[in-house]
Design a protein around this ligand. Structure first.
Ligand code: NAD
Length: 260
């Protein structure tokens, strides 16, 4: 496998202005893919970092709650560069609350961003992938797509749903050169998790360091965060020829979390 084996491929990564999405975008760029970034907040430094690897970038600020904006993103990529070869459904949010107190609008947002957006991106990229008879769809689920935790009803429901969508997509493309798999990280120290560490420190009146150790010790036997670069390396593997017949898998990288 040459280092730039993804040269000429177009990769669209949702929610790639930060965290895991940005890490995966950098790994795919390192392997030569041109990158379409999406997400909120500042995207310029991400674009500069990726362009410095010698690949092209585009940015589209589609809100993953809005199907028409998602369609516009896929159409814009097609008009500018062509059809998407690698789709990484990564955008996601979290909300922590008991079911009785879970705000309905938060439930709707978590389900829209963490699950429904992947249905929309998938249905709009599949025709182009079928024409080329090649494609990779990577759904960034979570260990919470395999097991549950209290107070994360919407997130756990969405991620279990995303693992289900992954299997159906894999079956519907099983005789083609298109594969679809889910990646299921345990704790990764991104802004999404830092918020949970900060909330724990505040509620328990402990230091950030103590809250971080507590968070890990509750769930992750390795007591180590997975990194965006490690997840990026797994994404690159799944895009390689060695991944040609990996289909419908939910691959956890979770420090032993789901093994318990
Ligand atoms: P993050 O908060 O660092 O990044 C989330 C990204 O999604 C950002 O780019 C943000 O702008 C974007 N985003 C949020 N709402 C959006 C919307 N409505 N439209 C478009 N973009 C939107 O979070 P992260 O930890 O990197 O999470 C990325 C994915 O990985 C999520 O799906 C998350 O559920 C999953 N995940 C994270 C962890 C972890 O421990 N951090 C573990 C398992 C799974």
């Amino acid at each position: 496998m040459s280092e730039k084996f993804l040269s000429g491929k177009i990769a669209l990564i949702t929610g790639s202005t930060s965290g895991i999405g940005l890490g995966i975008a950098k790994s795919l760029a390192h392997a030569g893919a041109d990158i379409v970034l999406n997400g909120f907040g500042d995207h310029r430094s991400a674009e500069q970092d990726i362009q410095s690897m010698g690949v092209k970038t585009l940015f589209h600020g589609a809100d993953m709650r809005k199907p028409l904006e998602i369609q516009d993103m896929v159409d814009s990529v097609k008009k500018s560069w062509g059809t998407v070869d690698i789709l990484v459904n990564n955008a996601g949010i979290q909300h922590v609350s008991s079911i009785e107190n879970f705000p309905t609008e938060k439930w709707d947002d978590v389900l829209a961003i963490n699950l429904s957006s992947s249905f929309h991106t998938t249905r709009w990229v599949l025709p182009g992938m079928r024409e080329k008879n090649w494609g990779r769809i990577l759904n960034i689920a979570s260990v919470h797509g395999l097991v549950a935790s209290a107070n994360k009803s919407a997130y756990v429901a969405a991620k279990h749903g995303l693992v289900g969508l992954t299997k159906v997509t894999a079956l519907e493309t099983a005789t083609t050169g298109i594969t679809c798999n889910a990646i299921c990280p345990g704790w990764v120290l991104t802004p999404l998790v830092q918020q949970q560490v900060d909330a724990k420190a505040k509620t328990m009146e402990i230091s950030i360091d103590a809250a971080t150790k507590l968070l890990l010790s509750e769930k992750e036997p390795s007591m180590q965060f997975t990194t965006p670069a490690e997840l990026g390396a797994l994404a690159v593997f799944l895009c390689s020829t060695a991944g040609n017949n990996v289909r419908g898998v939910a691959w956890n990288m979770d420090g032993g979390w789901a093994a318990q």
